[in-house]
Design a protein around this ligand. Structure first.
Ligand SMILES: Cc1cc2nc3c(=O)[nH]c(=O)nc-3n(C[C@H](O)[C@H](O)[C@H](O)COP(=O)(O)OP(=O)(O)OC[C@H]3O[C@@H](n4cnc5c(N)ncnc54)[C@H](O)[C@@H]3O)c2cc1C
Ligand code: SF4
Length: 479
């Protein structure tokens, strides 16, 4: 294996592509799979069973990592899979897309000692992929159906995890989602070069086979109000994620060919899933042969630049108003993007979009970093008379997401929200101020991670179960 590929495989990273590279992605995947297969055991046996499992502490699901590594090292894969599944509803998905450098692997004792982390995410994925291959993962067989139902709004990881856990207890579950496919950001946000969509579909199909009902193309707020939905179920979980794109208010913002990140990523993901996407097929949302500028230095921005590279853009630039050290996106993703030919224009801020009907260039001003603000981050300040113009065919705005106005959308003005627009819950019970209505995932935390959404979904299950048991016993006493 070429030295460069080996480096990426060792640390469990996605190999960046280069358009000039002789290594095709498919070749890489094949070698990667073979390598992971052979090396999972070796990696697992590197775990020192240190007795101070910081990896486990820093995994939001507190996965029993040392034990499933030990079982893998001993070749007891079915037991490893059962253990991995006991705390995580989608181990292969987390194994692929968790920012392990900030969670489990970043806190591995061997890594801290400077010997390179155990590639925990890759082993977790390997264990679960093997379990799928061997047919060890089966639909839920409910032992005793319970005549109570839960309506879950949102088929993202938070909603799916909660649905699965409640179904195991025998409750009737209906998931409502406004998209045509379940999965939330797993299916339409995260690009398919990071997460293969068949892995998401495999999970949601399993839930369907487990007796969970999915109502797609069904928008709560449009097709039904929260009050009406509540009448249909014994409890409700709101797991709608955050989707309102942050805007940039500068002259020329209404010109054509300026898109929010989700529109661009969703079109690309839909194409990957084989859909007809008019605005991609007619070239509008396709980066091919275009000069692309992505505004924003977060992980979504990195997904956009790397997607544009894969669509064969002529050039891809990323504008960020702070410097490399102060950008929010993962350093690993910046490295990948740079390897793929993306140019980062640090300390720069868009001032104006220029064009007649569609954008053709941007006026950009240079920034410098001033004093730290209340969050401790250095505040970017414009440098006077530093403007310069950049040619562009398509601008992608990746400035983050805010929650939609749920009380208005759901026709529930009584639903409490925080000053950020996220729904307020009792942190112990995950219940909102409306009895029997719970919240989980990004709509509670703000834009976060898949693994935290799963954790929330699982935590909500515990409280919903208690709530339903109490409701049932109250009804039985009253009868
Ligand atoms: C581009 C991008 C890349 C990301 N990459 C990563 C990554 O690599 N690793 C990682 O851990 N995290 C990543 N994240 C974050 C991660 O995807 C989210 O934190 C996670 O998906 C949140 O899960 P959720 O279930 O709360 O919401 P979502 O996944 O957003 O799902 C919410 C669901 O609710 C539905 N919905 C919303 N409103 C309604 C309504 N009114 N009626 C019915 N249905 C509704 C939506 O259609 C959606 O299906 C990324 C996010 C983005 C945007
Ligand atoms: S779920 Fe994420 S943080 Fe936890 S062990 Fe797996 S990859 Fe690491």
């Amino acid at each position: 294996m070429p030295e460069k590929m080996l480096k990426f495989v060792k640390i469990g990273m996605q190999m960046p592509i280069k358009r000039t590279s002789k290594i095709r992605t498919e070749d890489f995947k094949e070698i990667y799979n073979r390598f992971v297969h052979d090396k999972a055991k070796e990696q697992s046996s590197r775990c020192s069973q240190c007795g101070v499992p910081f990896c486990q502490v820093h995994c939001p699901l507190h996965n029993n990592i040392p034990d499933w590594l030990k079982l893998t090292a001993e070749g007891r894969l079915q037991e490893a899979h059962e253990l991995a599944h006991s705390t995580n509803n989608m181990p292969e998905i987390c194994g692929s897309i968790c920012p392990q450098d900030r969670l489990c692997e970043g806190n591995c004792v061997i890594e801290r000692a400077g010997h390179g982390t155990v590639t925990i995410g890759s082993v977790e994925k390997y264990i679960t992929d093997t379990a799928w291959e061997k047919g060890w993962i089966k639909p839920i067989k409910v032992l005793k159906e319970i005549d109570q139902s839960v309506g879950i709004i949102g088929a993202g990881p938070a909603g799916l995890a909660c649905a699965e856990e409640l179904r195991k207890s025998g409750y009737k579950i209906t998931i409502y989602d406004r998209y045509d496919r379940p999965g939330g950001l797993l299916i339409y946000g995260i690009p398919n070069f990071k997460l293969e969509k068949f892995a998401v579909e495999r999970r949601t199909n399993l839930l369907k086979e487990s007796g969970i009902t999915f109502k797609q193309n069904f928008e709560v707020g449009k097709d039904i109000s929260l009050v009406e939905l509540k009448k249909k179920h014994d409890a409700i979980l709101i797991a709608t994620g955050v989707y309102k794109p942050r805007e940039i208010e500068i002259p020329g913002s209404n010109l054509k060919n300026i898109f929010p990140a989700m529109e661009f990523l969703m079109a690309s993901n839909r194409k990957g899933l084989g859909d007809r996407v008019e605005n991609f097929d007619n070239g509008i949302l396709n980066a091919k042969n275009k000069d692309i500028i992505v505004i924003g230095g977060g992980d979504t921005g990195m997904d956009c630049v790397r997607t544009a590279v894969r669509q064969n853009a002529k050039s891809v630039k990323c504008l960020y108003r702070r410097d490399r050290e102060n950008m929010p996106g993962s350093a690993r993703e910046v490295y990948n993007a740079e390897e793929e030919g993306v140019e980062f224009i640090w300390l720069s801020n868009p001032k104006k979009f220029i064009g007649t009907s569609q954008v053709s260039s941007m006026l950009v001003e240079r920034m410098k970093l001033g004093k730290a603000d209340s969050s401790g981050r250095k505040k970017p300040e414009p440098i006077l008379s530093s403007e310069f113009e950049m040619k562009v065919d398509m601008v992608i705005k990746a400035l983050g997401f805010d929650p939609e106005d749920l009380p208005r959308l759901f026709e529930s003005p009584d639903l409490f929200i925080s000053k950020w627009g996220t729904i307020k819950i009792n942190l112990k019970t995950m219940e909102t101020n409306i009895p029997g209505v719970f919240g989980a995932g990004d709509i509670v935390r703000g834009a976060s991670l898949v693994v935290w959404a799963i954790r929330d979904g699982r935590d909500a299950t515990v409280s919903i179960r208690k709530y339903l048991e109490h409701k049932r016993s109250k009804n039985e006493k009253a009868a």
